[in-house]
Each structure stands twice: as C-alpha cells, then as structure tokens.
Write a protein that binds this ligand. Structure first.
Ligand code: FAD
Length: 407
C-alpha cells in the first residue's frame, strides 16, 4: 500500500490531504504539523478572530479527518528528509516512510534585525500570536505597528474596533508599497486616518527598548512612540530550510515546476513556501502568500501526486478587509504600462492594468463589502483569456465585462 506524507498542516496541507482522498487515494496518508491546533484558516487572525476573540476557524472538524483516514500528527515538526531512503524524521525520533511527499510548510514572519519576538514585541502568523496580541487590544491601550502592509493595516483596523489607540510606522513613503497602486493605497491610508490611526510614513526606527509596562520606539528623526505592544508586520519568509537541507532547489521558496514538482520527482511543494513559473506572465517565477493560492495548489499537488500532469495556471488573487472596505487584486500589476480607472459609484472603483502591448494583466479594486467582487472575478477571466481590450470600453461603467469576455 502506498504511503503519502504531507509536511505542514496549514491551509494547503489540509486541502491537499482531503483532495487526495476525494480523488481516490486509498493508501496511508499522514499529515504532520508543528502547531498544536487542527489545521485552521489564517485570514481571520487579523480580522474577526482578533475583534471577537474567537478560537481557530478550522479547515475541517476533527471527525472529518477520522472519516477520511488522515493520520494527523500535530504539535510535531519534521526535522529531516532522507531522500535516498524515502522517509522523513520527526524531532521526537519518529520516522515516517513515504512514496510521495508534499511540502506545505508555509511561511513565517520576517525577523526584525536585532529583535526577538516575545514580551512586548509580537508578530502575527498563528492563532497563538493573535491571542497574545488581542490581550493588549482594549479601550485606552496603545499599540504600535511596524509595517504598513496588509497584515499591519488589518490589525490596525481591528485594534481601532476594540478602542485601542494605534500608531503605524512605515519606512516607505506610503503604505501598501508592494504591488498595490498608489491610488488605492491613498484611499486606505485616508480611511485609517479618519478612523483615528496615526500613520507615520517614511519613518525609520532607530531604537526599540522594552521597559516595565511599555515598549518604546525612537525614530531616526527623534520622535518617540511608547506603546503597550509593538507588532512587527514587515513581511514573511518561506519555510524552506527542510527542503534546502535535503538538497532540493530553492529560489525565493521551494522551487517547483508548473506541476508543483520539486527537483526530486517524488517530492512536491505547494502554498506559501513555494515559487513556481506562471505561463500567463511569460513563465516568470513567483511566490504568492494568498489563501486561495494555498487551496488551489494543495488540490493540484494532490492530483499530480496521483499521476496527473496538471499545470498551475490560476490568475493570482488576493483580498483584504479593513473596516467595511474590501480590496481585491487579480493578476500581477508590476509590468503595467497603462492603467484605466472604472468608477462604479459610492467610492467603488477598479483599476485595470495593461502591459505595453495592451494586454490586460491585472485589476485592483476597492469598495464597501462585496462591491468589487463580481467585476474582479470577471477581470480574472479576462486576464486568463489574455484579452487586449479597448481602454475606453474598460473605463466605461456601462460596458458589461461579461460582454468583453464573450467577444
Ligand atoms: P501556512 O498556513 O503557513 O501553513 C504551514 C504550516 O506548516 C504551519 O502550520 C507551520 O507551522 C507548518 N510547518 C512548517 N514547517 C514544518 C515542519 N518542518 N514540520 C511540520 N510542520 C511544519 N490571504 C489572503 O488571500 N487574504 C487575506 O485576507 C489573508 N489574511 C491573512 C492574515 C494573516 C494574519 C495571515 C498570517 C495570513 C493571511 N493570508 C491572507 C495569507 C494566507 O493565510 C496564507 O497564504 C495561507 O495560510 C498559506 O497556507 P499554507 O498552508 O501554504 O501555509
């Protein structure tokens, strides 16, 4: 009987395990995860979980793992892969053999040089991190956030909902400087300011000191921010060490081909830990930190572990919720030569990004609730179809995107 092993019991690993069973895999299936919890969703950690203090939102209830015959080893870390003997070893000395192995080890918060997370300095990646941060979010408390990316900004919105005072420090001249159009970042920053978040852009931290009852940041220009907690949100790094020690190719993540195979044909990798070539963008190698990508790649890796030859070709997609605003991004906008704005009223708009040849390569939208969801979904299909639309048609809100798709 075949043995399949998945390392990393997060979104991707759990989805892959269920997909293997759904596709008829009837061998032994082991899912190993370092965290003590059942696989859970991370997006709520900076949003409703923080505001409501709820427990982890599980990918599936415990009974479903039993019914699917998935052997869960939780709170256990894989510390080595013996590719010649085809087995993984755990920190406690247990050895698990595999015929096919999937690495879904995710990512971890980027370290702030000279600082360790703990005490009054935190990062946000796990449910336990969220619980620790939440304990500091209350009316009258003051938190400092370092980093104006999605996690820092979502955390700021949640902290304001709980009545905490927030100072957000960003080294770049604006928030959301990675891959998000300035027009959208500007709206996000203005909304945070209106909600009472103090945003300091272009600010560099010179010193961080933990003192009794507070953490104190001194900025290079001499300003001092004193808070009860500092949360650092300066990006994530892929967990590649296990793969690297096993001699697998690494390139900003565990390097896989379009079928999610690593440089060892019996080892696959998927999700946040992985970089892969995307044919839609000329085969450029990318690594995504996105919930839907983790799900899609988990399912695709499962199919290919069973002998399939499917290529991962999905248009990248990401969303972020802050207050009542939702921001959605489809595709990769960094190769854009032209941007076209489509106003849909009530503060809702989509920016369509076209490359120098006039091909639609990305769309970024913002609006209340689900206002941009349908059109971004259609934009995804238009991007996948590699259309070269008339910019004036895209800009006109009366043009039905579905019509462009049909054309
Ligand atoms: P992970 O979820 O990181 O899971 C990997 C698991 O592997 C971890 O549990 C880790 O402990 C375990 N592991 C690592 N090494 C080992 C080992 N050696 N042995 C055993 N286990 C190991 N995406 C969006 O699209 N929209 C959002 O709004 C959004 N919000 C987010 C908010 C927060 C606070 C965070 C942290 C992420 C958010 N994301 C969002 C990103 C999304 O959650 C991730 O892209 C997704 O969780 C990636 O899934 P994964 O399974 O690849 O990795």
């Amino acid at each position: 009987m075949a043995n399949f092993v998945i390392v990393g019991a997060g979104e991707c690993g759990a989805r892959a395990a269920f997909a293997l069973r759904d596709k008829g895999f009837d061998g032994t299936l082991t899912l190993i995860g370092s965290e003590p919890h059942l696989p859970y969703e991370r997006p709520p950690l900076s949003k409703e979980a923080l505001v409501a203090g709820a427990g982890p939102k599980f990918v599936a209830e415990p009974q479903r793992y039993v019914e699917a015959g998935i052997d869960l080893l939780l709170g256990r870390s894989v510390c080595g892969i013996d590719r010649a003997a085809k087995r993984v070893s755990l920190g406690d000395g247990t050895v698990v053999p595999y015929d096919k192995l999937l690495l879904a080890t995710g990512a971890r918060p980027r370290a702030l040089p000279g600082t360790t997370y703990g005490g009054r300095i935190a990062a946000l990646r796990s449910h336990d991190d969220a619980a620790r941060i939440r304990a500091h979010l209350m009316d009258g408390s003051h938190i400092a956030i370092l980093g104006g990316g999605f996690i820092g900004l979502e955390l700021a919105a949640s902290a304001r909902k709980l009545g905490a005072t927030v100072t957000l420090i960003e080294g770049q001249p604006r928030v959301l400087s990675r891959g998000i159009p300035a027009e959208i970042a500007e709206i996000v920053a203005r909304r945070h300011a209106a909600e009472g978040v103090e945003i300091l852009c272009g600010a560099k931290v010179a010193r961080i000191e933990e003192r009794p009852g507070e953490v104190r940041l001194t900025l290079e220009d001499g300003r001092v921010v004193a808070a009860s907690l500092l949360v650092v949100g300066i990006g994530a790094v892929p967990n590649t060490e296990l793969a690297e020690a096993a001699g697998l190719a690494i390139e900003n993540g565990i390097a896989v081909d379009g079928m999610l195979r690593t440089s060892d044909p019996d080892i696959f990798a998927a999700g946040d830990c992985t970089s892969y070539p995307l044919s839609l963008y000329g085969g450029r190698r990318i690594r995504l930190e996105s919930w839907r990508n983790a799900q899609e790649q988990g399912a695709l890796a499962a199919a290919n572990m069973l002998g399939g030859a499917d290529i991962h070709a999905a248009v990248p997609w990401f969303w972020s919720d802050q207050y009542d605003m939702t921001l959605q991004i489809a595709g990769l906008a960094d190769g854009a030569a032209t941007t076209v704005r489509r106003d849909m009223g009530e503060g809702t708009f989509i920016l369509f990004h076209l490359d120098a040849a006039g091909q639609l390569i990305a769309a970024s939208g913002i609006g209340p609730g689900n206002a941009v969801a349908r059109d971004i979904r259609l934009a995804e299909m238009l991007i996948a179809a590699r259309i070269h639309p008339d910019p004036a048609e895209l800009a006109a809100p009366e043009t039905k995107l579905r019509k462009l798709l049909a054309a």
